[in-house]
Design a protein around this ligand. Sequence first.
Ligand SMILES: *Cc1c(COP(=O)(O)O)cnc(C)c1O
Length: 316
Amino acid sequence: MAQAPLGDDVFGDDPTVNALEAATADRLGKEAGLFVSSGTQSNLCAILAHCQRGDAYVVGQQAHAYRYEAGGAAVLGSIQPQPHLLDEFGAFDLDQLGSHIVTDSHLDHFAVTSLLCLENTHDGKVLDAAYVAAAQETAREAGVALHLDGARLWHAAVATGREPAEIAAGFDTVSACFSKGLGAPVGSVLCGSLKLITEARRWRKMLGGGMRQAGIIASAALYALDNHVERLAQDHKNAARLGEGLREIGGVEVVSVNTNMVFLNARASDHEKVSSALLKADVTAFVEDDIRLVTHLGISADDIETVIDAFRLGAR
Ligand SMILES: *Cc1c(COP(=O)(O)O)cnc(C)c1O
């Protein structure tokens, strides 16, 4: 980061940002990339680039781009979210999906759907490839554009042994995060056609997301892209071991283990006791009825044993 060549990214002449955008677009099989400050800003720039004021985008009820982004598309773009429930696999019911897509504007009543958003992975779950193809087909037939919130797309690629570009294929825009499992301090890259990315770049500026000497942070993302993708397999292994260890000790119920996420149900346990046992081992976690534990670059295999031991003490 200290040695990164810098320029002014608002003028498009920061060489490190340009290198990151090109490298990410290349990895995802897209024409162009746009470095943004966060996954939230990335999704928002994408939605604003795809939709006009008064349009609707179809999105998962439990998806990040609907639930956890402070309503940005509605507030800042006058774009109506049309949330639709995701099933246990993170998927829309394809039979119902068509009825949520409104493209016929001959009646004045309807907000016209112009975008369908998927998320992969969703809660760590890798979307089924045949499902993704079918959802894309539904959107294409209706003339609706496709955006992938691929904040954790790298995990989906590594877990399935597929190339990131395969996971991104068929989407007009794809957002990928560097600050999650990849371990960079900040940033996401939105990828797509040059035309869409040019449009998104204008929105980024309007949102205050044009950063000048951004190569300092882009260099960390570039390093992560080169060095931290394949090692996600270790995070998946750590999560599997964590799930297995917690299953053995009981006390909390292991609901599911998906890529780098372990979901627990601690309803029947003493939250105070679990919490203080974890704190004693220097492990910080929100101990509620539902607990989500996530493995990443900063968590070693030894750390996993520490966490299991702490839960063992807390379960007594
Ligand atoms: C974290 C995350 C985001 C948003 O990223 P921020 O950088 O925190 O704004 C978007 N989508 C998914 C699926 C995420 O996990």
